[in-house]
Design a protein around this ligand. Structure first.
Ligand SMILES: Nc1ncnc2c1ncn2[C@@H]1O[C@H](COP(=O)(O)OP(=O)(O)OP(=O)(O)O)[C@@H](O)[C@H]1O
Ligand SMILES: [Mg+2]
Length: 346
């Protein structure tokens, strides 16, 4: 047994466990005892499969390391202890050849369940807010028609032309409110899915934005052309990318560079679900960045940093992306803002 090895491991903050060639636990350090809330006396000598519960993923990670004779990392491992239930861990398994074959396991706790719970709660809250807004928009839209009609009738009756200024304001403002309410009431159509090439979507968006903004804007492409086709609603995805790219162009006031990047991403977890592969689309701009005070709420409806903005572009983008079981997030600092859309592949 490699005794010389252990004293160093005793001081590590990382939880470490050593298994022999029969997968029996021969050592675990104090950090591992802490993590599992189990004393080494209760574990040493036992096969790892008997010492824990939910060991399927651990067994698979160990097998991968042994088969390849190289370190294997499982980023999202669930392992159960008898008294304390499931733990979410990142685990590295490394084969070692000392006096005989061993397997070294390192464990890092993850706060994934907490983060997931927060994501789920946020999603529920956002959906509830959207419903409230839709209902409110519906309630506002109906009397608006009455207000507008009454102002029109009044206008016809007014003798002093100067007074018509006021009815004009009522009519114009009623129209403005009505168009905002209509945007909030966009029909919730079910997406129409088919196989599509994400680069066709991006090319369409690129040419639309370039036509909208006459000069000064450069849109570079950084595409991974080997991406497999994606199953999605083409019109919805065009709208998603259009809203994001248009925001970038508006933030830069039409002057600057936008990069459209596509990549494949592996083993991604998107709202409650793990996907082996996803398409990652990034829109990167070198504009001033998302204003600091808006950073945690730009996906909320009616939140806008632009005087003429409705604050609906990103809300809609997020709705459409979640109908594709995908996710959308951003990183922003002055000079570099990156919106990332993840769309799982079937
Ligand atoms: N690339 C970006 N750079 C800087 N700020 C951004 C960027 N993208 C979004 N924002 C900020 O997020 C806000 C919300 O965007 P969103 O698209 O939801 O609404 P909007 O653009 O204001 O209005 P709408 O899209 O409905 O016309 C924007 O007003 C802007 O302040
Ligand atoms: Mg917008």
């Amino acid at each position: 047994m490699p005794d010389a090895f252990f004293p160093t491991l005793e001081h590590l903050a990382t939880a470490v466990m050593l298994l022999d060639d029969q997968s029996h636990i021969v050592y675990l350090n104090p950090a591992a005892e802490n993590l599992f809330a189990l004393s080494s006396k209760n574990l040493i000598g036992y096969p790892v499969q008997h010492a824990f519960t939910h060991t399927g993923q651990l067994a698979a990670a160990m097998q991968q390391a042994l088969d390849n004779n190289a370190s294997y990392i499982e980023y999202d491992l669930t392992l159960g202890t008898y008294p304390h239930g499931k733990l979410h861990l990142r685990c590295t398994a490394t084969p070692l050849l000392l006096d005989k074959r061993y397997l070294l396991l390192e464990f890092h706790p993850m706060d994934r369940p907490l983060k997931l719970a927060r994501e789920e709660q946020m999603l529920d809250q956002t959906q509830a807010n959207r419903l409230l807004l839709r209902n409110l928009a519906h309630e506002i839209k109906n009397p608006l028609g009455g207000i507008r009609g009454a102002a029109q009738l009044l206008e016809q009756e007014l003798e002093k032309p100067g007074l018509r200024e006021y009815t004009r304001v009522v009519i114009q403002e009623a129209d403005r409110l009505r168009s905002l309410m209509e945007k909030l009431l966009i029909p919730q159509q079910a997406p129409c899915f088919s196989a599509l090439n994400i680069h066709e979507v991006l090319e369409r968006v690129r040419s639309l934005i370039l036509a909208e903004i006459p000069s000064g804007l450069v849109i570079q492409r950084d595409y991974d052309v080997s991406l497999p086709p994606l199953f999605g609603d083409k019109e919805q995805l065009i709208q998603v990318m259009l809203n994001i790219v248009r925001n970038a162009a508006q933030a830069m006031q039409g002057q600057g560079t936008i990069i459209l990047r596509t990549r494949i991403a592996r083993q991604v977890t998107l709202i409650k679900k793990r996907h082996p592969m996803a398409v990652m689309v990034q829109v990167i701009d070198n504009g001033p960045g998302v204003p600091e005070h808006l950073r945690d709420k730009i996906f909320y409806p009616l939140v806008s940093g632009r005087p003429e903005g409705h604050g609906l572009g990103l809300t809609l983008a997020q709705d459409f992306v979640s109908q594709h079981q995908g996710g959308i997030e951003f990183d922003s600092e002055p000079g570099c803002t990156c919106f990332t859309v993840m769309l799982p592949l079937q």
